[in-house]
Design a protein around this ligand. Structure first.
Ligand code: CP
Ligand code: NVA
Length: 340
């Protein structure tokens, strides 16, 4: 038995800062096991369903490899593969899945869908991204910060751009839980809702985290240890590109932003995928329509030695492995790791 057993991972706020940090430390331990080829079939004989109503490279791959490493069988169920919400109610589908699978990952649109899956399935449900939150991303992001800085408390992270999306919401709340200082910098119309700010403020009052939400670039960047950005139009918002480019161009993560921190050791993060160049089919359309070569992050910053987005992406697998092993009942969750 462990304190995570049978719990779902739907939003960061369902956990305490200490619990969140324990999962990060468990992931660091699992990363170490993998690096040394130590078998860890903690979930042998279990089956997990991976539901994706939106596309994914990292999250899908992370769940698939993590489940396999743990000895569990992962089954991918894409938007067009199952009846969910089209021919069969969410509740009925959840009951069926819960009767066969030991755990369910869900990526999609409304937070209420993933919440209902947890309610009706009776098994742990893991949020692989909704319009509101991206909690598995947060485990990987703060694990990466822990690896680079040796701690999380007191680190100042500045997020530039669409400060009202899932990743911005999650960074604000998770940073507040873990005692990191979070600056969200974006235009007033793209700042987090009052409800999200309230959740974060409540955690910050306990952890000592300092939160700043502003449209003032220099104020947000000064002294920052980590600069972070995300795509300007999230999945499901593809009709917003013109408006977003207009609003967000001043908030691009470029060398001027890096220099404006006045911190020679600042690092850069991005959850990916990134429009650091427009050499993709969607990128080409944006290039042809708006005449731009890069969007939320410049290619120069993306390729700089202080940019850590690939370490961050690799950590998705280890952290998702920690969440599945913990919630499906692996009994030993270490809280401190012997560095030797
Ligand atoms: N960062 C992230 O969630 O990537 P995918 O959309 O590829 O899963
Ligand atoms: N905000 C982005 C994150 C992608 C991982 C989106 O929702 O599309």
């Amino acid at each position: 038995y462990n304190q995570f057993q049978n719990r779902s991972f739907l939003a960061e706020k369902d956990f305490t800062g200490a619990e969140f940090y324990t999962l990060i430390k468990f992931a660091e331990h699992l990363k170490d096991l993998k690096a040394h080829n130590v078998e860890h079939h903690y979930l042998a004989g279990k089956n997990v369903a991976l539901l994706f109503a939106k596309t994914s490279t990292r999250t899908r791959s992370a769940f698939t490899v993590a489940a396999t490493d743990l000895g569990a069988h992962p089954e991918f169920l894409g938007a067009n593969d199952i009846q969910l919400g089209k021919k069969e109610s969410l509740a009925d589908t959840a009951k069926i899945l819960g009767s066969m699978y030991d755990g369910i990952e869900y990526r999609g649109f409304e937070q209420s869908t993933v919440d209902a899956l947890a309610q009706y399935s009776g098994v742990p449900v893991w949020n692989g991204l909704t319009d509101d939150w991206h909690p598995t991303q947060m485990l990987a992001d703060f694990m990466t910060i822990d690896e680079i800085f040796g701690h999380i408390k007191g680190v100042t992270l500045t997020y530039l751009g669409d400060a009202r999306n899932n990743v911005a919401n999650s960074l604000l709340v998770t940073g507040a839980m873990l005692g990191a200082n979070i600056h969200l910098v974006g235009p007033k119309s793209l700042q987090p809702s009052a409800a999200v700010q309230k959740i974060a403020q409540n955690f910050a009052a306990q952890s000592g985290s300092q939160l700043l939400i502003t449209d003032d670039l220099q104020e947000g960047l000064e002294g920052s240890d980590v600069l972070y950005t995300d795509i300007w139009a999230s999945m499901g918002e593809e009709d917003q590109w013109a408006a977003r480019i207009k609003l967000l161009q001043p908030y691009q993560l470029n060398m001027a932003a890096v220099q404006a921190t006045h911190n020679p050791n600042t690092i850069v993060m991005h959850d990916l995928p990134a429009f650091h160049d427009l050499n993709t089919t969607m990128g080409q359309q944006i290039h042809d329509q708006f005449g731009l070569d890069e969007l939320e992050i410049t290619d120069e910053v993306f390729n700089a030695p202080f940019a850590h987005q690939f370490q961050q992406a690799a950590n998705r697998m280890h952290t998702i492995k920690a969440v599945m092993a913990a919630t499906l009942g692996h009994p030993f969750i270490p809280t401190t790791i012997d560095p030797a």
